[in-house]
Design a protein. Structure first.
Length: 26
């Protein structure tokens, strides 16, 4: 628990952001 789950969550969030036209990083 921890790093692996965090990375997965980040990937999911980024995918969602891209799908919604939102940019998390500049």
């Amino acid at each position: 628990m921890g790093v692996k789950r965090m990375n997965s969550l980040i990937e999911y969030t980024q995918s969602w952001a891209v799908g919604n036209g939102v940019r998390l990083r500049e």
